[in-house]
Design a binder for this molecule. Structure first.
Ligand SMILES: Nc1nc2c(ncn2[C@@H]2O[C@H](COP(=O)(O)OP(=O)(O)O)[C@@H](O)[C@H]2O)c(=O)[nH]1
Ligand SMILES: [Mg+2]
Ligand SMILES: [Zn+2]
Length: 339
């Protein structure tokens, strides 16, 4: 599957939009025009967005339980960036309520759409679960990209190796990869959604957080949600994603409350996070083991590519940074627009 390439102009536009998007204050202004609805609507209350479609959203109380049926509400035009996980002020109505305001977000995930615009996907996320499996084979550079995006949004990433039931799950390439991330301090879990192994430890961790699952199509993200939540019916199998992709249907992020505690957001739409809006310095910061070296290179604007006096490159020679991670960093930096 060829990944779509964006033109430089599209990437620049993403940069500009990014600045506007994270300034979510603009989205949180209450709208005075709700007075006209006052008769038919209930009192203002807090809620959380379960999923968003078009001009409507499904809403539940912030402390909802698994299996609770959400209420449908209209979303005001000025709240167009509303996404799963958003905390809102809303009023119930028959048959449809109305969302009046978005509360300030503590985090926001976004991804580039087909036109190269950045779109918010999910809000108020605590952790990003990067799901991998022996099949389809993982790409360490893709994992690194997810990690850079997560760190830059202030969200801690961790790894879930699914399909532990497959013989190939013990292969040495995968083992090395997991060991490298473990040494960097990333939490990791080995599970099988199919034979339900390793789920207890994962559930214990998930119970503390709202997590979003990311990873290549086919690694078992939807299967994992279904095995953690008997009420969930996330669509399993490559066909479902292939079909939605062919039709250009927007697949929206959905928030699940797990019976074991914790919340998961399944988002078939997140295949990658754009990194184009980041400047190179922020990419380096997303490689957490580079941190102690940054700012100490001979040249203040060192990009750690091939400059003389680069302490990051020197750290590889001293076995303090892996050559694989440096190469992965360099690959990301070279893929960014010039400037
Ligand atoms: N052997 C094995 N197959 C799995 C496991 N989890 C999911 N699968 C299979 O992997 C394929 C893709 O699963 P799906 O949940 O749709 O992946 P997604 O694209 O990441 O959501 C399906 O055929 C699943 O049956 C697992 O733990 N072990
Ligand atoms: Mg899926
Ligand atoms: Zn350097």
């Amino acid at each position: 599957m060829a990944r779509r390439r964006l033109t430089i102009r599209q990437r620049r536009r993403i940069s500009d939009r990014h600045a506007a998007l994270i300034d979510s204050q603009a989205l949180c202004e209450p709208d005075a025009s709700h007075i006209e609805y006052a008769d038919s609507l209930g009192p203002e209350q807090r809620g959380v967005v379960i999923t968003r479609f078009g001009k409507q959203a499904d809403i539940l109380p912030p402390d909802f339980s698994p299996g609770d049926r959400p209420r449908r509400a209209n979303v005001r035009a000025n709240l167009s960036a509303l996404v799963a996980g958003d905390r809102v002020i809303w009023r119930d109505g028959n048959p449809t309520g109305v969302v009046e305001a978005i509360e300030t977000r503590r985090s926001l995930l976004f991804r580039p759409d087909n036109r190269g615009n950045l779109r918010p996907v999910a809000a108020n996320i605590d952790r990003i679960a990067i799901v991998i499996a022996s099949e389809p084979a993982p790409h360490a550079n893709l994992i690194d990209r997810y990690m850079v995006a997560a760190h830059n949004q202030g969200i801690t990433p961790f790894l879930i190796l699914n399909k532990a039931d497959l013989a190939d799950a013990a292969n040495s390439h995968l083992g090395q990869m997991m060991a490298e991330y473990e040494a960097l301090g990333y939490q990791q879990f080995r599970v099988s959604a199919r034979i339900r192994s390793g789920l207890d430890a994962l559930q214990g961790y998930l119970s503390e957080y709202t997590c979003v699952l990311v990873g290549q199509s086919g690694v078992g993200k939807s299967s994992l949600i279904n095995s953690l939540d008997p009420n969930a019916s996330a669509a399993v199998g490559e066909l479902s994603e292939a079909v939605t992709k062919g039709r250009h249907t927007t697949t929206n992020a959905t928030l699940f409350q797990l019976p074991c505690g914790g919340r998961l957001i399944d988002s078939p739409g997140i295949r990658e996070f754009g990194l184009w809006h980041l400047d190179k310095r922020r990419v380096a910061e997303g490689f957490i083991e580079f941190g102690q070296f940054l700012g100490h290179c001979r040249f203040r604007d060192c990009q750690h590519l091939d400059e003389r006096g680069c302490v990051v490159i020197d750290a590889v020679a001293r076995d303090l940074i892996s050559s694989r991670r440096l190469a992965s960093y360099q690959q990301i930096v070279r893929s960014l627009p010039a400037g």
